[in-house]
Write a protein that binds this ligand. Structure first.
Ligand SMILES: NC(=O)c1ccc[n+]([C@@H]2O[C@H](COP(=O)([O-])OP(=O)(O)OC[C@H]3O[C@@H](n4cnc5c(N)ncnc54)[C@H](O)[C@@H]3O)[C@@H](O)[C@H]2O)c1
Length: 315
């Protein structure tokens, strides 16, 4: 199924990944509805080419019309920052869980629902790279809301045959990411002075935003990547799908690459590590099912991102 000509609703469409997804969907000929509570800044260049609905996923009524008109829904709206979910777990539950239930409850007619989850659902992995059958050991508030969102997709699939795909994203980066995220923070520091690194040994998988968007579209367009026929055996489903580069980088290595580009240095300020010390997803399944592979290396993605922020780009 091609998305060209389809009406596609992107919740969280004004966010970092959502706005990049909207831009690409427009280029590929879809009619796009961006649904978001947030500012339109990321959509300024394309605001005449899509419909923007400024509303909240917690408000079921405001979701009705945008989803009714859509054949495809990408559900990305969420409290995305792990620390924000920890600070206000009640809000995270409301937005990430009840908001997801609201979206799903209106999707009985859609041809595809793609839910953006996270590799954080695995918690501290028992082995690396983690494949999709690894237990869902995540216990941080953000991870728990994503596990709940995934379960809700299954429940609506059981209730009304919702055709859905779950994508478990790695750390995504690129232009227009919020200034409070890891890579923009490092770049902004490095533009002025030495980069302060909290946890150089922590391992993450970093994916450039264009590759993330390409994968989300490929998942929606690939029949084999979408669960359409109910079975009690979840291991017989194609979904969920890990998404990432498929290899890990330490935060120290990341700081090293950014420092080299910015002609600066980095220092270990020795703060306590986060709960998950190493996470790298195995991306064999998404590659096998959709033919998707990451095209932008970490170095090239960082170079593009640094150029963006150097030129005064906003987060
Ligand atoms: N960035 C990453 O590294 C990463 C990795 C894995 C998964 N994800 C997931 O991808 C999705 C997008 O992440 P992002 O990095 O673009 O984050 P983001 O914060 O830039 O985007 C999230 C968007 O959701 C919107 N939103 C929040 N609450 C809302 C509400 N109640 N109603 C409507 N909209 C609301 C925000 O305004 C924001 O524009 C999220 O679901 C996130 O959990 C992100």
């Amino acid at each position: 199924m091609k998305l060209a000509g389809k009406t596609v609703c992107v919740t969280g469409g004004a966010g970092f990944i959502g706005s990049a997804l909207c831009r690409e969907l427009i280029l590929r000929g879809a009619k796009v509805i961006a649904f978001d509570t947030g500012t339109r800044a990321n959509l300024r260049q394309i605001e005449n080419d899509l419909e923007i609905v400024t509303a909240d996923v917690r408000d079921l009524d405001s979701l009705r019309e945008p989803i009714r008109k859509s054949q495809v829904v990408f559900h990305l709206a969420a409290i995305e920052r792990r620390t924000a979910c920890q600070r206000d777990f009640a809000l995270a539950l409301d937005v990430n869980v009840q908001g997801t239930a609201n979206v799903l409850s209106l999707c009985s007619h859609v041809e595809r629902l793609v839910f953006m989850s996270s590799t954080m659902v695995y918690g501290e992995p028992k082995y690396l790279p983690v494949d999709e059958s690894h237990p869902l050991d995540g216990y941080e508030p953000y991870a728990v809301t994503k596990i709940a969102g995934e379960s809700l997709c299954k429940a609506y699939h059981f209730l009304n045959g919702l055709p859905f795909a779950i994508v478990r994203g790695a750390n995504t980066f690129g232009p227009q990411q919020g200034f409070d995220c890891l890579i923009p923070t490092m770049i902004l520091q490095g533009l002025k002075r030495t980069i302060e690194v909290w946890t150089p040994d922590v391992v993450r998988d970093f994916l450039y935003v264009d590759d993330c968007v390409d994968a989300l579209i490929k998942v929606a367009e690939t029949e084999a990547a979408v669960s359409k026929h109910f079975t009690f055996r979840w291991d017989a489903h194609s979904t969920p799908l890990n998404l990432g580069q498929g290899h890990g980088t330490t935060i120290g290595e990341l700081a090293g690459i950014i420092s080299k580009y910015l002609h600066t240095t980095w220092v270990d300020v020795k703060k306590p590590p986060p709960v998950t010390s190493k996470i790298v997803g195995n991306i064999a399944r998404i590659s096998y099912l959709t033919g998707w592979k990451p095209k932008v290396s970490l170095e090239e993605g960082l170079r593009r991102t640094i150029e963006y922020y150097k030129a005064g780009g906003k987060g």
